[in-house]
Design a protein around this ligand. Structure first.
Ligand SMILES: *Cc1c(COP(=O)(O)O)cnc(C)c1O
Length: 429
């Protein structure tokens, strides 16, 4: 049955109208009541607020939520009410979305390669005063606009993005970042223009290795020492990991908790003499992943293959690119009397997406009971990051149905995709 959430009613005092989405206790209740043939996104505002609060509590600097991870107004509104007052933005649409949700928030324009007209819009209209770069030609583009607008260079902080190496599901230093020697030159150039110097890095996404941030901070210190100019801020980027599922056939060491990762980072900040200056982080995934699940339907079962009504061109490309194993819950259709296979034996199923494209196949299986069948639903958890924001209209499929759910996806009995030790023995394949 749909439920009301006291939290949302209370929270609506200062923010916009509470969302008018249909509300359910669990994804299972939503699926059984709606019997949806299209994917349904289950938004969990309380989980989002809790995960934002957890990051704010763990990280001692300024938290700038990375809007690209999930820029839905319903997400930004909840974050603003949860106390997030800074946003990492990369485009005019993101400037506008962040401002609409949090008019007083500070915006960090951390895209290192920008259109001249976007830089102008950022500085003039949105009054953004912090941006990133990794090349001298970008400095020239920015300076041209600073002069045209007659801005005080002292009001501006230019963060030099340094290339960093790490172990992440995504390695972004291949695309952006200056090598240490080059970064030091850029700092000297910026300082010479009377503009404030910052240093930033982004170690990738889903970083589960505690030392990655410490290594990047060490590189930042090396650059600072070589440049010999005052550094007024250090931005440690995003990359903090979210929880997903673990492959029962290939168990890996458990993911370090956020406190441990931030602890390792802060230790390095102190060791390398960055303690005195303002720190910024740009978390995305760790804040928003748990806030959404998506209910999908099994369109067809062919042996160990399941064809579903979502896929890499809709909500699930991140699991494909990042080789992420998603936690799932089987929601059997009660209208089905007889089913194949056993409900108590878990098996890996290869997941085929809704489009006719042959690459629309997930890179990782779903672990589900053998008895899963055509017409059943699967609730895929922790898909709040890089899911809806990457939807396409390819082949005419565009999931756009939302409900609100009050219970966390990972509450209660473990999801089917979570490998519990006692279940490992019965997994086949
Ligand atoms: C994508 C991105 C982020 C957010 O990364 P997460 O892994 O989601 O935390 C932060 N900073 C920059 C520069 C990014 O490109």
């Amino acid at each position: 049955m749909p439920q009301t959430t006291p939290h949302l009613v209370a929270a609506s005092r200062s923010g916009p109208e509470p969302s008018a989405l249909p509300r359910f206790a669990t994804g299972r209740e939503a699926a059984l009541e709606m019997r949806p043939d299209q994917p349904v996104y289950c938004f969990r505002p309380d989980v989002l607020a809790a995960d934002a609060a957890a990051f704010l509590a763990a990280f001692p600097g300024k938290t700038a939520y990375a809007v690209k991870t999930n820029g839905e107004p319903m997400v930004l509104d909840v974050l603003a009410r949860a106390g997030i007052n800074a946003f990492d933005v990369a485009s005019p649409a993101e400037f506008a979305a962040a401002r609409a949700a949090a008019p007083g928030a500070e915006l960090f324009y951390m895209h290192p390669v920008k259109a001249q007209s976007d830089i102008r819009l950022a500085l003039e209209h949105y009054r953004i005063r912090a941006t990133a770069l990794d090349h001298e030609d970008e400095v020239a583009k920015i300076v041209r606009i600073v002069r045209a607008l007659d801005l005080d260079p002292e009001d501006l902080t230019l963060f030099v993005r340094i290339a960093s190496k790490g172990e992440a599901a995504y390695e972004l230093s291949r695309k952006f970042g200056a090598a240490p020697g080059h970064a030091a030159e850029l700092l000297q150039r910026i300082d010479g223009l009377g503009i404030r110097c910052g240093l930033c890095f982004h170690v990738g996404s889903q970083v589960e290795d505690v030392d990655t941030y410490a290594r990047a901070v060490a590189t930042a210190a090396e650059v600072r020492d070589a440049a010999k100019v005052p550094i007024s801020a250090l931005d440690v980027g995003g990359g903090f990991p979210a929880t997903y599922a673990v492959d029962p056939r290939r168990p890996v060491p458990p993911m370090p908790p956020l406190g441990e990762i931030v602890g390792g980072l802060m230790g390095a900040v102190e060791r390398h003499g960055f303690s005195g200056i303002p720190l910024v982080a740009e978390p995305g995934r760790v804040i928003v992943a748990r806030a959404f699940s998506v209910i999908v339907r099994v369109l067809l079962k062919k042996g160990q293959r399941l064809y579903i009504n979502d896929g890499v061109w809709s909500s699930l490309s991140d699991s494909w690119t990042g080789k992420i194993l998603l936690p799932v819950r089987h929601i059997p259709d009660p209208a089905r009397r007889r089913r194949p296979g056993r409900a108590d034996v878990m098996a890996p199923f290869r997941i085929y997406g809704a489009t006719c494209d042959s690459v629309d196949v997930l890179s990782r299986p779903f672990y589900l009971p053998e008895s899963v069948d055509t017409g059943d639903w699967i609730e895929i958890g922790h898909i709040g990051a890089y899911s809806l924001s990457l939807r396409t209209r390819f082949n005419g499929f565009y999931p756009d149905t939302f409900v609100e759910v009050t219970t966390p996806f990972d509450a209660g009995e473990a999801p089917d995709g979570f490998a519990e030790p006692e279940r490992r023995g019965s997994v086949e394949g």
